[in-house]
Design a protein around this ligand. Structure first.
Ligand code: UD1
Length: 393
């Protein structure tokens, strides 16, 4: 049987996306599966964990992601309800489509929920961005990472340290494949189309003159429950950001969780609009342009730590730990937590031209998704027919 005939016999790879950081990871994988010779059949399932236009639809358009074949429309809820709803609604999808495998990315609730359903039905699972560990089990994402990696069959990693983490959890090296970083595939493919910071601010009806009167600007994102869910912590964060904004204007793209909490805790008064521009969640091309043009980024996002390393832009991570240590060891990232003195010191260093430059890590080269598609094909393709045995006379 030749490869084209084998592809016809292959059930679809069910690719799962749920929340914002999944979309930029899945886009290059879908492209690579489509352009693989022979093409690998795909069914795209959106769990609907993120559902706002800003958090979902707009990213689909900008990343050239095809419309999902199926949307489970689970929406927001507690972790238990959200995870359970994804599981309940995903099971019939598997029953109806005879998949060859389920492919999940990242560490969101949808990643774990779909993995659990597939594995219990005996359907193989591939996990992209496996083996990252913050060693902080109070992060919901850490629980999702550990459990997904334990039960998935094929683990694709973005950095070499992931293999050591998986080994410590008893996962054999034969299940692990170092392929590089699909996030960076998206970044390199989209960079020429990135929107300028000025256009983005004007497009949001924000005051772009903030950018014109300064020699640079910083970009802020913040959404981790540990940073934004308690009034005292969020207040402390906004006060520190206020001090930074007195040195360099900040553009703050607000996650809905953070926006809601700033309003609920009555903290809007801490934001000086002449120095800190608040924007709604941004599209991918807008965020890319904002970061690429920035003097620095302050964030608690996992993805931004990687993207700033790839762009060579200094990044201060407002967390005590990172599951992406290569961005600190080789890239532009520095962990500063909520330590006011450390943050102000690092901001001063960056503004004085002494920020980290770093280098781009191994295999963050724009071709990770192609390596995944090539490996998936070798793994999944139906075995060629054995020669008919000769009958003895
Ligand atoms: C989720 C992921 C996190 C990822 C983040 C990126 C988990 C456990 N967390 O966190 O890993 O970094 O997405 O954005 O899966 N909301 C909206 N509109 C939306 C989506 C959410 O308004 O489209 C609001 C809802 O009020 C919701 C809150 O944001 O309660 C949080 O959403 P949720 O999906 O629970 O988690 P995230 O904080 O977004």
């Amino acid at each position: 049987m030749n490869d084209a005939a084998a592809a016809v016999r292959l059930g679809p790879v069910i690719c799962v996306v749920g929340a914002r950081p999944n979309f930029m990871k899945m886009a290059p994988i879908l492209r690579a599966m489509k352009s693989h010779v022979p093409p690998i059949p795909v069914l795209l399932v959106h769990t609907g964990q993120h559902y706002d236009k800003d958090m979902s639809d707009r990213l689909f358009e900008e990343l050239d992601l095809p419309r999902p074949d199926i949307n489970l429309e689970v929406g927001s809820a507690t972790h238990a309800v959200q995870t359970a709803e994804v599981m309940r609604r995903f099971e019939p999808v598997l029953d109806g489509h005879n998949p060859s495998c389920v492919l999940v990315v990242g560490d969101v609730n949808s990643t774990l929920a779909c993995t659990l359903v597939a594995v219990k039905k005996g359907i193989p699972v591939a996990h992209v961005e496996a083996g990252l560990r913050s060693y902080d089990r109070s992060m919901p994402e850490e629980i999702n990472r550990i459990l997904t990696d334990q039960i998935a069959d094929r683990l694709y990693t973005t950095e070499r340290s992931a293999l050591g983490n998986l080994g410590l959890e008893g996962i054999p090296a034969e299940r692990v494949w170092f392929v590089g970083n699909v996030m960076i595939d998206s970044l390199l493919a989209s960079k020429p189309r990135a929107r300028s910071a000025r256009d983005t601010l004007v497009g949001c009806q924000a005051d772009a003159s903030v950018l014109e009167h300064a020699s640079g600007y910083g970009v802020v994102t913040l959404h981790r429950p540990s940073n934004v869910d308690q009034p005292d912590t969020l207040r402390e964060m906004l006060e520190i950001l206020g001090e930074v904004a007195a040195k360099v204007p900040l553009v703050f793209a607000l996650h809905p969780r953070t926006r809601n909490n700033i309003q609920r805790f009555n903290l809007l008064g801490l934001v000086d609009p002449a120095k800190m521009v608040l924007l709604p969640p941004q599209g991918y091309l807008e965020m890319l342009g904002l970061m690429a043009g920035a003097s620095l980024v302050l964030t608690d996002s996992g993805g931004l730590q990687e993207e700033t390393t790839a762009l060579g832009v200094p990044c201060l991570t407002l967390r005590e730990n990172t599951e992406r240590p290569i961005t600190v060891e080789q890239g532009t990232n520095i962990l500063v937590g909520r330590n006011r003195d450390a943050i102000i010191h690092q901001v001063d260093e960056i503004l004085a031209g002494r920020g980290k430059h770093g280098r781009v890590p191994e295999l963050w080269d724009g071709h990770a998704a192609e390596r995944i598609a090539a490996d998936l094909w070798q793994w999944l393709k139906p075995p060629s027919q054995l020669p008919t045995p000769q009958l003895a006379h």
